[in-house]
Write a protein that binds this ligand. Structure first.
Ligand code: NCD
Length: 304
């Protein structure tokens, strides 16, 4: 299977997702410290117009463990963007240097636009409050490895309005017929356009503001950070910051096989004491970014 641009989870069928997850299983031993030559001679360009730790470094690690190389755009201030170069021109130029481009940008729709100008695959690593498809693929992989995708009962908690990871994840989960509960403050509910999409897929979705009410009836708790940088008004952020906090006390009501995930970075939404419990899976989750991004890169670069 050859992947074209990877912009949104809507570009994937369930069969295509399953192929990527299976490929990631095969590549996991390489991610754990092996070495492969699968992508030798290939170059990946990483362009981050917004901060990143895991996404940038896991793409970098994935590429290098597969024998490929990475060129990084570096800090914005050091690039021609400060001279006024457009994203379209930047993409056209970098497409001449690399075999694929990973792009993170603060503007929703930026990756879709970049794809129109690119002669190499664009991988959307987050476009504003829009989508983050490779995060979703690693989230699905984590669920598959640590819990189960079949018959899954999951709660997505926190900032469902601005959180791009949950926008992509909710859509993908509908393909797996998951039983989904959306837990957020009133002001941060999942946008209607996404809910409509979920309905069209026949998804089984409920909404609530109370985490307490669902904690005993789920297999996976997917926690997100309130996306401070997306709030037009800091006072509005202050009203909702700290809305949810996962503590050992709350987890007394959880089912014993519950797994807690978080795309990270966390601020204060998961108490550090929870890290030591058997519920926590967020650090495993960030590791799984490596095998999954290996699979994505191999497919984007047309290597079987
Ligand atoms: C997320 C993002 O950038 O959307 N981080 C990530 O890629 N792991 C989540 C966040 O920033 O809260």
């Amino acid at each position: 299977m050859m992947l074209e641009h990877i912009i949104s989870m809507r570009d994937f069928s369930r069969d295509e997702i399953d192929i990527i997850l299976e490929k990631a299983i095969v590549l996991e031993p390489v991610a754990r410290g092996g070495k492969s030559t699968l992508l030798s001679g290939k170059i990946l360009a990483t362009l981050f117009f917004e901060p990143s730790t895991r996404t940038r470094l896991s793409f970098d690690t994935a590429m290098k463990r597969l024998g490929g190389e990475v060129i990084d755009f570096g800090a914005l201030e050091a690039s021609s963007v400060v001279k006024g170069e457009s994203l379209a021109d930047t993409i056209r130029v970098i497409g001449g240097y690399a075999d694929a481009i990973v792009l993170r940008h603060p503007r929703e729709g930026a990756a879709r636009m970049a794809a129109e100008y690119s002669n190499v695959p664009i991988i959307n690593a987050g476009d504003g409050a829009g989508h983050h498809p490779t995060q979703t693929l690693l989230d699905l992989y984590t669920i598959m490895r640590e819990s189960s995708l079949s018959g899954l009962r999951i709660a997505l908690v926190g900032d469902l309005k601005y959180g791009r990871t949950v926008h992509s994840l909710a859509y993908a989960l509908s393909l797996y017929h998951a039983d989904m509960t959306l837990v957020s403050p009133q002001q941060l509910k999942m946008p209607d356009v996404i809910k409509k999409d979920l309905e069209k897929q026949g998804a089984n979705v409920r909404e609530t503001t109370r985490l307490d009410d669902v904690i005993g009836d789920i297999d996976v708790l997917y926690v997100t950070r309130i996306q401070r940088e997306r709030f037009p008004d800091p006072a509005e952020y202050l009203k909702v910051s700290g809305s949810y906090r996962v503590t050992e006390e709350l987890l007394k009501k959880a089912n014993e096989n519950l797994k807690i995930m978080h795309p990270l970075p966390r601020v204060d939404e998961i108490d550090h004491a929870v890290d030591r419990t058997g519920f926590a899976r967020y650090f495993e989750q960030s590791f799984y970014g490596v095998p999954v991004r290996m699979a994505v890169l191999a497919m984007a670069m047309g290597v079987e």
